[in-house]
Write a protein that binds this ligand. Structure first.
Ligand SMILES: C[S@@+](CC[C@H](N)C(=O)[O-])C[C@H]1O[C@@H](n2cnc3c(N)ncnc32)[C@H](O)[C@@H]1O
Length: 225
C-alpha cells in the first residue's frame, strides 16, 4: 500500500489513527468503485425492511428522508419533527441498538433493521429518490488499512448518487470529514465541510462527543441533477 502513514501517537478528538492526512489511495478507490458497481446478495432482514418501506409509501406516498446508521433512532425521531410532511426512515444493522429506541409522539417515522449499503441498493433498483439523507457518526474505521470499510471507501458509496437529494454527514474525525468531501465530489455530490456546534445534540453519539469537548465536523451537500 502506498500510504504515507505514521504510527498512531496521540488521539485527535479521542481517535487513534495512523493517518495524519486524507488517505492517499482515496480517489483511486472511489474511482474504481464507480467503474465496478458493487454487488452483494441482500440480507433477509434488509429485504424485509425494504418491503415495509414500500408498503408504507404505497399506502401513504410522501417524500423520503433516510437516517442511515441511526443507532437507537434518537436522530430519526428528531428529524421526523423537522420534516413533518415526509417519511423519515432510520436504518441500522443492530437490532440491539434499535430496541433501545425511546418512542417519540410523531407518527411519520419508521425504524428498520437493515444493512445500509444493501438498503441503498434496494432504493436505487426501485428508482426511489431521497429528499434528504443523514449519516450521523458512521463508524470511522480509523486505521489506514480500513479505508474500504469507511462509508466513502466502501464499494456501495457510488450508489448514493442514484438516490439524489441533499446529504449531511457528521463525524468527530476531521480527516474522515475531509475524505468524505473529496469522495463526494467524485460522485456528483457537491458541498463543503465545516466544524460546527450542534444545538442541541441530534444523536446519542453527538451528545457523548459534545460532553467530551470534541470538535464536531459536518459535510453538507446536494447531488447535482
Ligand atoms: C457510531 S454509531 C452512531 C449511531 C448514531 N447515528 C448516533 O450518532 O448516535 C454507528 C452505527 O452504525 C451502525 N452500523 C455500522 N455499520 C452498519 C451498516 N453497514 N449498516 C447499518 N448500520 C450499520 C452500528 O450498528 C451503529 O449503530
Amino acid at each position: 500500500m502506498t500510504t504515507q502513514t505514521t504510527r498512531e501517537k496521540k488521539p485527535r478528538n479521542g481517535i487513534f489513527s495512523d493517518q495524519q492526512n486524507p488517505h492517499p489511495d482515496l480517489l483511486s478507490v472511489v474511482r474504481h468503485h464507480r467503474a465496478h458497481p458493487w454487488r452483494k446478495p441482500c440480507p433477509e432482514h434488509t429485504l424485509a425492511a425494504f418491503d415495509v418501506l414500500q408498503n408504507t409509501l404505497r399506502e401513504q406516498p410522501r417524500s423520503l428522508v433516510l437516517d442511515s446508521f441511526c443507532g437507537t433512532g434518537m436522530s430519526t425521531a428528531l428529524l421526523a419533527h423537522h420534516y413533518p410532511d415526509s417519511w423519515v426512515v432510520g436504518i441500522d444493522q443492530s437490532a440491539h441498538r434499535l430496541a433501545k429506541h425511546q418512542k417519540a409522539p410523531c407518527n411519520n417515522y419508521l425504524l428498520l433493521r437493515a444493512e445500509a449499503e444493501s438498503f441503498w441498493g434496494c432504493l436505487a433498483e426501485a428508482n426511489i429518490q431521497l429528499r434528504a439523507h443523514w449519516m450521523l457518526y458512521p463508524n470511522p474505521w480509523p486505521k489506514a488499512s480500513q479505508l474500504k470499510r469507511r462509508v466513502h471507501g466502501h464499494g456501495a458509496f457510488p450508489l448514493l448518487a442514484k438516490l439524489g437529494g441533499s446529504l449531511e454527514l457528521r463525524t468527530n474525525w476531521d480527516i474522515f470529514a475531509a475524505e468524505f468531501a473529496q469522495a463526494a465530489g467524485e460522485i456528483g455530490l457537491w458541498g463543503a465541510c465545516e466544524a460546527f456546534t450542534p444545538k442541541p445534540a441530534l444523536s446519542l453519539f453527538e451528545k457523548k462527543y459534545q460532553e467530551r469537548g470534541h470538535t464536531l465536523w459536518r459535510f453538507r451537500g446536494e447531488f447535482s441533477r
